[in-house]
Structure formats: C-alpha cells, structure tokens
Design a protein around this ligand. Structure first.
Ligand code: MN3
Length: 196
C-alpha cells in the first residue's frame, strides 16, 4: 500500500492570521504532498513500500538510504508539526506537560527561551523540538529531515524552521514566527497526549 498524505487536523485558513491559508496551501498542499509522492516513487517494488512509516524511517536511517529517509522523515515531521499547532493555541502549558516543564526547565519562561534559541540558531533548514529523553524533558534542534526517533528520544512537540514554513507570512523574520508559534499556535493538549 502506498504512503498517503494525512489530513490536516484543521482547515487551511484556521491558523490565520498567524499562518495564512496561502502558506498552508504551499506547505501542506505542495511540500508535504511532494514528500509523499517522492517516497512512493523511491520505494516502489521495495520492502519499504509495505512498512509502517516509522519503520521505513528507522531502516533507511540505519541503511544510510538518505533519499528514502529524507522523504519518509519529512512526512512524519510535517504531520507531527500540524498537530503541534491549533487555532487559538499558544500560551502557557497546562496539565502534566506544564508541571514537567516547570520541573525540568525551572519555569515556562526558561523553556520558552531555550525553544526560541533552538529555533533561531538552527542554521539553514531544520526543526526545533520538545522531547522526552531518558525521562527528562529537553529542547533539541535537528537539521533538514532529522528527528528525535533516530536519537532514541520521544517527540512531544515540534516547530518547522525551514524557510518555507514562515517566509510567505514573516519573510526573513524567523524570530517573529517562533514567537507567534509559542504565543498563538502551540497545541499543549497534543504535547500532553504524547507525554501520556
Ligand atoms: Mn516544512
């Protein structure tokens, strides 16, 4: 069975005015779709074609099959990113994730500072993450398509910092996009669900 583009968890204009429908038309409709199309071409007739996506990611990483890895991981990363945001999201976390952030970072503000720093300092394309690593919450960043799965970490939340994620709405102002992600978009319920 071919890999498929998962549905967006909200309408394409649902994150406006922070992230526009125009951005989602390109980012979801073109970029995310292209990773699915490319992966299906690359694995046609091969064992990876019938693997669950996470297995295809892990195997291609181990085998250094970077074409398959990059496309498979980018499918996973983008689906995870869409769920890491929601309309009327943002602000301080509640529930278990809120308590764990205070415990492991000292405060929400200290977490936010680290997360902004990770996103702003990822040179070129990549991702900023909140992960669970050995029972402790950590902020990390990865280049290109790389993801916590191959580092043995559990992803709780992600932010895409490839230029295509923000350029139509924020142009070169990556820090403004990052601030908006935290203040207006982040979906803490999703992080709580991943932590559970
Ligand atoms: Mn992207």
């Amino acid at each position: 069975m071919a890999f498929e583009l998962p549905a967006l968890p909200y309408a394409r204009d649902a994150l406006a005015p922070h992230i526009s429908a125009n951005t989602l038309d390109f980012h979801y409709g073109k970029h995310h779709q292209a990773y699915v199309t490319n992966l299906n071409k690359l694995v046609e007739g091969k064992p990876a074609a019938s693997m669950p996506l996470e297995e295809a990611i892990k195997k291609s990483w181990t085998d250094k099959d970077m074409g398959v890895f990059n496309n498979a991981a980018q499918i996973w990363n983008h689906t995870f990113y869409w769920h890491s945001m929601k309309p009327n999201g943002g602000g301080k976390p509640t529930g278990e994730i809120g308590e764990r952030i205070t415990r492991d970072f000292g405060s929400y503000e200290a977490f936010a500072e680290q997360f902004k720093q990770a996103g702003a300092t990822q040179f070129g394309s990549g991702w900023a993450w909140l992960v669970l690593d050995g029972g402790k919450l950590k902020v990390t960043k990865t280049p290109n398509a790389e993801l916590p799965l191959t580092a043995g970490q559990k992803a709780l939340l992600t932010m895409d910092v490839w230029e295509h994620a923000y350029y139509l709405d924020f142009q070169n102002r990556r820090p403004d996009y990052i601030g908006t992600f935290l203040d207006k978009l982040v979906n803490w319920e999703f992080a709580n669900k991943n932590l559970a």
